[in-house]
Design a protein around this ligand. Structure first.
Ligand code: PEP
Length: 253
């Protein structure tokens, strides 16, 4: 059975003390809940707070993710952080290809593929984001766009490596806009992605890959989204910055 995952992407938010307070509240509230055994909670803070977040990590349900990684192994790349560095800090996951990285920092499907390779080489699990922008949705091009992102970002992998990957479908028009995809819209694309994976790698592999939904997910809509058969959890932006909202989503399965 594939894992249920809720991953919080803090983006470029919080100072050191704010991050510490938020982590304390999240852990306090998590400890009061009894999560189903297949549920995994991931917090992806900015790089400077990875270490403090790691202090809370355990091998069962609470894990740590980075928000970005270099596509290069090491060397003269000022300001970059390598997969080897994340590995040496025992970071478990890393977001790749987030729409903000694609839009503001020129991350392409080719860069995504290179970052995925770096992460897998160093034993981290990539959370690979795909999703169409509003004009593409309005032109009914969402399937074609997502297909290209999945194929060019991931299809160079063999089945064994693909099974280390988590995919996040994030329609860009729903990110930070308060506008959520309906469960039907989200399920349709999640099912499509799983079909693409099945065609390339077979049903057994496709059924093992967790596919998360992202885009204005909150406690009030998480339940109906997570109830869809191909939605295995969420990648959460804004709502991951408030412990109560984040835990409300974690407990929505
Ligand atoms: C995101 O940026 O990955 C995201 C899902 O953001 P939000 O939840 O704020 O829409």
């Amino acid at each position: 059975m594939r894992k249920h995952i809720v991953a919080g992407n803090w983006k470029m938010n919080n100072t050191f003390n704010e991050a510490d307070d938020l982590l304390n509240s999240i852990m306090e509230q998590l400890e009061e809940k009894e999560l189903p055994r297949d549920t995994q909670v991931i917090v992806c803070p900015p790089f400077p707070f990875l270490e403090m977040t790691s202090d809370y990590a355990n091998d069962s349900y609470f894990m740590v993710g980075a928000q970005n990684v270099s596509d290069q192994e090491k060397g003269a790349y000022t300001g970059e952080v390598s997969a080897a560095m994340l590995e040496s800090m025992e970071i478990d996951y890393c977001i790749v290809g987030h729409s903000e990285r694609r839009a503001y920092y020129g991350e392409t499907n080719k860069t995504v593929a290179a970052k995925v390779d770096q992460l897998l080489k160093h034993g981290l699990k990539p959370i690979v984001c795909v999703g169409e922008v509003l004009e593409e949705r309005e032109a009914n091009r969402q399937f074609e766009v997502v297909k290209q992102q999945v194929e060019e970002g991931l299809f160079h992998l063999d089945a064994e490596h693909l099974q280390q990957v988590v995919i996040a479908y994030e329609p860009v028009w729903a990110i930070g806009t308060g506008k959520t995809a309906t469960p039907e819209q989200a399920q349709e694309i999640h099912h499509y992605i799983r079909t693409l994976l099945a065609q390339k790698y077979g049903d057994a592999v496709a059924n093992e890959i967790s596919i998360l939904y992202g885009g204005s997910c909150k406690p009030s809509n998480a339940k109906e989204l997570f109830a869809c058969p191909d939605i295995d959890g969420g990648l959460i932006g804004g709502a991951s910055l408030k412990a109560e909202d984040f835990i409300g989503i974690v407990t929505a399965f």
